[in-house]
Design a protein around this ligand. Structure first.
Ligand SMILES: [Zn+2]
Length: 282
């Protein structure tokens, strides 16, 4: 997409906000992963393009991303999540993550991340674990499907083998070390009463503590959509409660109201970050 005059003005305004902030909060959703080549699950078409085996069976994202799917069809539910685990492990986060890290390194109070993505890509891109809040959990952690105890443990030892054409896990799924039952990803799913949220709550407490010092906080929101709005809701809380200016980057629904200092960029994440960076002082 060519950058027109209107965007140029917004990009310049964004660069000035970055230069004057003393702490930054990066709020991201699924759109942040697209530029790394990760699939977009928005709408059945996007989801089924990524998982043709599930399309053949008429299984949509909401049905497979549920504890019920792990009970009814564990090999298919794990086929879906194990494929994603392998994909997120193999994929390199795009250079937009490096741009965010550079910006935050110049800040007295640094940066924190609030993301609805479960891919662990901020940590993979060099952000410290204690900078990140994963509001929907992480695919790199496991818990007991029956939630027999509060343990959440890393998935590092699990090396899944997946029949991608049929979306099936071929090797043994991970087991709960306490009851021997099936383990599942520590991700907040649809219709999920058993998600163990302690890991996310601990991240959240750290973030809230950091926010207490906020004076010149800047929120940069990237690829956070309206369909599952947890990330966007957090941006709005920062804008209203802490009067933080917001740079919202999204190819659709980028508008943001309430404060003339906000910047709205109807663009993809990586393109916008590179374009803003070009306006920042070296
Ligand atoms: Zn158990």
């Amino acid at each position: 997409m060519a950058i027109d005059k209107l965007h140029e003005c917004q990009l310049e305004k964004a660069a000035r906000l970055i230069e004057t902030a003393d702490m930054m909060l990066f709020v991201t959703g699924a759109g942040m992963g697209i530029d790394s080549g990760l699939p977009d699950f928005r709408g059945n078409q996007g989801f089924w393009r990524a998982y043709p085996a599930l399309a053949r069976s008429g299984i949509d994202f909401i049905s497979i991303a549920s504890p019920r799917a792990f009970r009814r069809h564990p090999e298919v539910a794990w086929g879906f999540y194990a494929h994603r685990l392998n994909l997120y492990r193999q994929t390199t986060p795009h250079v937009g993550y490096d741009i965010l890290r550079q910006w935050s390194e110049d800040n007295p109070y640094g940066s924190m991340v609030f993301t609805s993505n479960v891919d662990g890509h901020f940590q993979k891109a060099g952000f410290a674990a204690n900078q990140v809040t994963e509001c929907h959990g992480s695919i790199h952690y496991l818990q007991c499907l029956g939630a027999c105890n509060p343990d959440i443990w890393p998935a590092d030892g699990f090396m899944p083998v997946v029949d991608e054409a049929n979306c099936l896990l071929l090797n043994e799924p991970p087991r709960c070390p306490h009851c021997g039952g099936l383990a599942r990803p520590n991700i907040y799913m649809f219709g999920d009463d058993e998600w163990l949220e302690e890991r996310t709550l601990a991240q959240r407490r750290r973030l809230e503590h950091w926010l207490r010092d906020a004076e010149r906080l800047l929120v940069i929101e990237i690829g956070a959509g309206t369909a599952i709005s947890t990330a966007r809701d957090f941006t709005h809380r920062m804008a209203f409660d802490l009067h933080a200016p917001v740079i919202r980057i999204n190819p659709q629904d980028a508008a943001i109201f309430g404060n003339t200092s906000h910047v709205s960029l109807e663009m993809g994440g990586l393109q916008a970050l590179q374009a803003i960076n070009a306006f920042c002082e070296p």
